[in-house]
Write a protein that binds this ligand. Structure first.
Ligand code: SF4
Ligand code: SF4
Length: 627
């Protein structure tokens, strides 16, 4: 991409470009929608160090290190990731930033891909950060650059607060030049960088002073713009994408558009309030700007006309303005609900998680789930997860439920499932915690689903990806790691060996104590695994649907020519050749392509597993790198 070139970028690409043009040198992140593409895009700039860390807290700390060392640094994450990073965040904002520091947070109004909806402007204010909120891709570039400049000028970490709609929509931008920023020197200054009393007391005051200076900057900053319209009674205060949604209504209103949403300039708002009879704030989620203005003693309205949840589309804004009496007629109609076919999310063909959940369902185990693509186990047909709260929470919840059951005289073996990425992210402290207060009545089985990737966010590496990806070759052996903590009972299984895995899960969940099962199969989608495909012989199939219940997308019941009853079939273009369906078929109707059922071989599940192992070995010989 050359300078001054016009192009169309997503908001996420705009943030990445802004980081590059600002002279950013270090970026760290943990993958999460809607912001995952920011770091993926930054990785394309060779001048920059960029890493997906094991959690948002670690990413934030890596970026703190970059700033301490004097370079422009950014940590990017989805909104809930900031909760994980909140501990270092709340202390770091007390220090005077050395190299410019930006925390990028991606909000998800409407929760398209998140477990909750939270407004991180509140966290930014809580942490005493300046906050800018871009509304399109050009602003994503410009505001990121401005945030780095402000961070260095005012020695404050800045928050760039972006919403999922802006992250993913594409708008035109003009590319600028990269500014080479001379790294600042890190000088020993314990009063500035060591967050212990008595240093923290004066730093609290200096942090507030720095925010007050930023209020002065906000007074006539180009980030905040005032447009005088024909309506001289009402002033609309808004920011980000909502400004563009409002402009679509072509209402000729007076608008104060905030690029910097925190802090606001009290002086500026006092002046504006003198000119207008009413101030109406339009903002998504929480009434953050509205509350700030009210705290200045200035009357304003907002949330009573607009929803506190979800996105505010142009139609919602128009409806709110009509409720407020700013307009009398509407030109748009309410958004018609999108008439889409309801589809339950599915595990992919050949997904190594499916046999695990099929087994857990058949064994009727209570399963405490976690965040990752395996969260889909809560849906039909598995319905095998009883709880999903937040990243890594399964471990503590499982322990808490076990202890509560013991206190109330109940006894129930609990199974906890956690992905490899989630385990490294925030499951490990829970694993250590299990060793406190362990007693012989505990019966907890932790299944680590090691598919060598964070599949849900597009296949970024995990600490265990190791030789599966050359891009990031850290290789932590999960079994060794868990044993090193002090857990003795750790078993590895190949979950494509269905019967053996079922036997291990049955044994481990039945015996008392804490056990770990590591299910080791790489993600079929990420590593494009397609071994020999399987087919159904309809003349042998008895239509029992055992294979269908494994929930693999290529399998369906269909009508064959000259056969009355519905029989199973497999779409070969989708089959990844994992053999699980063949292993659950009671009559050997499912066979590897190119082979014909040999019904003389009784006990054929074993036979098929042997065939499958042979096939796998052949494949590994032919292609050692499963990418
Ligand atoms: S072998 Fe069966 S379970 Fe495995 S991917 Fe093919 S159809 Fe799905
Ligand atoms: S499990 Fe076997 S017999 Fe049953 S429907 Fe599937 S292919 Fe047919």
């Amino acid at each position: 991409m050359s300078n001054h070139e016009k192009m169309v970028l997503t908001g996420n690409q705009g943030i990445a470009r802004g980081f590059y043009e600002a002279g950013g040198l270090l970026a760290a992140s943990y993958p999460g929608s809607p912001t995952v593409e920011i770091l993926d895009s930054i990785k394309d700039y060779e001048e920059v160090y960029a890493e997906f860390s094991t959690s948002e807290k670690v990413a934030f700390e890596v970026a703190i290190g970059g700033s301490f060392a004097g370079v422009r640094s950014m940590a990017s994450m989805k909104h809930v990731g900031v909760n994980i990073a909140a501990d270092p965040l709340m202390s770091f904002t007390q220090t005077k930033t050395n190299g410019g520091f930006v925390l990028l947070t991606g909000e998800d109004p409407g929760m398209a891909s998140s477990q909750n909806e939270q407004d991180n402007r509140i966290l930014g204010k809580f942490a005493n950060m300046g906050i800018v909120a871009p509304g399109d891709s050009q602003e994503a570039i410009d505001y990121t650059k401005a945030a780095f400049d402000l961070s260095e000028e005012y020695h404050l970490p800045m928050m760039v607060n972006i919403t999922s709609r802006v992250c993913h929509s594409r708008t035109p931008v003009v590319l600028g030049e990269r500014k080479e920023v001379e790294p600042r020197v890190f000088e020993k200054d314990v009063e500035r960088y060591c967050m212990i009393p008595p240093h923290t007391h004066p730093l609290q005051h200096s942090m507030k002073d720095r925010i007050d200076k930023l209020k002065e900057f906000a007074y006539d900053s180009e980030l905040n713009t005032f447009e005088e319209g024909e309506d001289k009674d009402t002033l609309i205060v808004t920011s980000g994408l909502l400004y563009h949604n409002l402009k679509e209504l072509d209402l000729n209103l007076s608008i104060y558009k905030l690029g910097m949403v925190y802090p606001l300039s009290p002086k500026r708002l006092q002046e504006l309030s003198q000119k207008f009879k009413r101030i109406i704030v339009i903002e998504e989620l929480m009434p953050v700007i509205e509350t700030e203005i009210k705290m200045m003693g200035i009357e304003c309205e907002g949330k009573k006309y607009f929803s506190f949840t979800g996105e505010l589309h142009t139609e919602d804004i128009e409806e709110g303005l009509k409720k407020a009496g700013v307009i009398t007629e509407r030109t748009t109609t309410d958004r018609a609900p999108v008439d889409s076919v309801k589809r339950t999310p599915l595990f992919c063909a050949g997904c190594p998680h499916r046999p695990i959940f099929d087994i857990l369902k058949k064994l009727r185990k209570r399963v405490i789930g976690d965040i990752g693509c395996y969260s889909m186990a809560m849906f039909e047909p598995f319905q095998a997860s009883d709880s999903i709260i937040s990243m890594g929470a399964t471990v503590g919840i499982t322990k808490g439920m076990t202890k509560a059951n013991a206190l109330t005289g109940k006894s129930e073996p609990l199974v906890s499932v956690i992905g490899d990425g989630t385990m490294f992210h925030s499951g490990l402290p829970g694993f250590v915690n299990l060793l406190h207060q362990e007693n012989e009545t505990d019966n907890m089985t932790f299944i680590v689903l090691d598919n060598r990737t964070t599949a849900m966010t597009g296949g970024q590496a995990t600490a265990a990806s190791g030789n599966y990806t050359s891009a990031d070759d850290m290789h932590v052996d999960i079994k060794t790691f868990i044993q090193a903590i002090g857990h003795e009972n750790v078993v590895e299984v190949d979950q494509f060996d269905y019967e053996a895995t079922k036997k291990v899960i049955t044994e481990e969940t039945n015996k008392p104590g804490i056990s770990f099962i590591i299910a080791k199969r790489p993600c079929a989608l990420k590593f494009k695994i397609q071994e020999n495909t399987f087919y159904v012989n309809p003349n042998v199939c008895i239509g029992c649907r055992n294979c269908i219940k494994t929930n693999c997308p290529p399998i369906r019941m269909k009508k064959y020519h000259n056969i009355d009853k519905l029989k199973s079939s497999i779409d070969p273009s989708m089959c990844a050749g994992c053999s699980v369906c063949a292993q659950v078929c009671p009559v050997d109707a499912i066979q590897p392509k190119g082979q014909h059922p040999d019904h003389s071989k009784k006990g054929s599940a074993k036979y098929k597993r042997q065939e499958y192992q042979k096939m796998k070995l052949n494949n590994e010989d032919q292609n050692e790198d499963p990418k």
